[in-house]
Design a protein around this ligand. Structure first.
Ligand SMILES: Cc1ncc(COP(=O)(O)O)c(C=O)c1O
Length: 409
């Protein structure tokens, strides 16, 4: 295969393919009724009223699988519009919007697992997903175990048990950014009658999960989809009616719902996703390469760089990159030195989230919980989210930060 120019690829491919779609889908679907505005109005509400009892009974709204809202806890027109858009971005048939990205991870686990089943998760899944598996799934009689992200699919297959029903993967992994051979893992999961769930928040739009055999794809819409750091929301996408019915049932029974205002704001955020990520991904790659050249840096964990574990799967399966990456420092840099470095930066907020318009940084040491010793974290580390600022300003800030780091050693 011809070697790709990563920068060019990251810029021109993924977001270009999405840009037109993101402008056209999910516009006002009843333009005459809604005053001919291009955007759908916000419809808030709990109570739904009908002109008569028979109209209520004949509305079809008791059917969970229609989107005729009988009550606000079953969703709103804004939520359902966003669901159509997300299904299209993910390349699936149906999306269920839920109250947070974490709920998007936990609802499918509750849907597909019962007492006596086994759930196999990648060791670098998002921390609160892991906490849910350890504390809630185990309490309900589900066996939970983890696999080291560096294992080959054949080695992962050896960890399947006769009762394994779910394989939960995040690619790239949280904080350590290992990419996985999703195609191989999904066929292994299916061979063992298991469902494969992927947390696709990093890969929004640039990784098409269902083309690689994934059954359920979840996303924190909180991050890039909304993009403005002003709400939390999640999406669960599937690729057939049966899976959607199962998920929809669990969601409604749990009372899980995404607020109409959050859905409306996320839909607005999605209009600029292509433009935002085109800029953010280019800036992130430029900054990642700049950081990789600093003498104190051991390794940059950016999926579009060969120094990231599983980079070959990024090259094979992704059509672009987003703007979150990690940095591992060389010894003698300690976690305390990294804190001094982070505290010295003025153009980066210190915060745990990502996907918004602003650049962020956080230390990685002490923040993550793993079953296996990470092959990647060989030294003190931190994570960067690159926003919409001028990358030259960010690099200037980093230059002075590395100066302070150097003087502190
Ligand atoms: C990979 C990943 N998945 C899920 C979530 C959860 O999203 P939320 O904050 O909307 O619950 C996060 C949040 O940081 C995340 O990083």
């Amino acid at each position: 295969m011809q070697e790709k120019n990563y920068e060019e690829y990251a810029v021109s491919h993924g977001w270009k393919a999405l840009a037109t779609k993101l402008v056209r889908i999910g516009n006002n679907q009843d333009i005459d009724k809604n005053g001919r505005f291009i955007n759908a109005p916000i419809s808030r509400g709990s109570t739904v009223i009908y002109p008569s009892v028979s109209a209520m009974r004949n509305s079809g709204a008791e059917n969970l699988y229609t989107h005729k809202t009988i009550y606000g806890a079953m969703g709103s027109p804004n939520q359902h519009l966003l669901e159509q858009v997300m299904a299209s971005i993910e390349g699936g048939t149906h999306t269920q919007v839920v109250s947070s990205g974490l709920a998007a991870c936990t609802v499918p686990l509750l849907t597909y697992l019962s007492a006596g089943d086994h759930c196999l998760l990648m060791d670098s899944v998002y921390g609160p997903t892991r906490r849910f598996a350890d504390r809630v799934l185990r309490r309900f009689g589900v066996e939970v175990s983890y696999y080291a992200p560096e294992l080959s699919p054949q080695e992962v297959e050896k960890l399947f048990q006769p009762n394994t029903r779910v394989l939960f993967v995040e690619s790239p992994g949280s904080h350590t950014f290992e990419l996985q051979d999703i195609k191989a893992l999904s066929s292994i999961a299916h061979r063992h009658q298991s469902r494969m769930i992927i947390d696709n928040t990093w890969g929004i739009g640039i990784f098409q999960p269902f083309q690689h055999g994934v059954d359920i794809s979840v996303q924190a819409l909180t991050k890039y989809a909304n993009g403005h750091s002003d709400l939390v929301l999640g999406a669960i996408t599937v690729n057939n009616d049966k899976d959607w019915q199962l998920l929809r049932e669990t969601t409604v029974m749990l009372g899980e719902v995404g607020g109409p205002e959050e859905a409306w704001l996320t839909l607005r955020g999605l209009r600029t996703l292509g433009a935002r990520l085109e800029k953010q991904s280019v800036s992130a790659l430029k900054i990642a390469k700049w950081i990789a050249n600093q003498p104190e840096v051991e390794r940059v964990l950016h999926p579009a760089l060969p120094s990231c574990y599983g980079h070959e799967f990024w090259k094979r399966d992704f059509t672009g990159a987003s703007s979150l990456f990690g940095v591992v420092f060389k010894k003698p840099v300690t976690p305390e030195h990294v804190i001094t470095f982070i505290d010295s930066l003025s153009n980066f907020g210190i915060g745990a989230s990502w996907g918004g318009y602003e650049s962020l940084v956080m230390p990685t040491d002490g923040e993550i919980n793993r079953t296996y010793k990470s092959h990647v974290l060989t030294g003190a580390a931190c994570r960067f989210q690159i926003g919409l600022e001028d990358p030259e300003d960010l690099i200037k800030d980093l230059e002075q930060g590395f100066g302070i780091l150097r003087n502190s050693l």
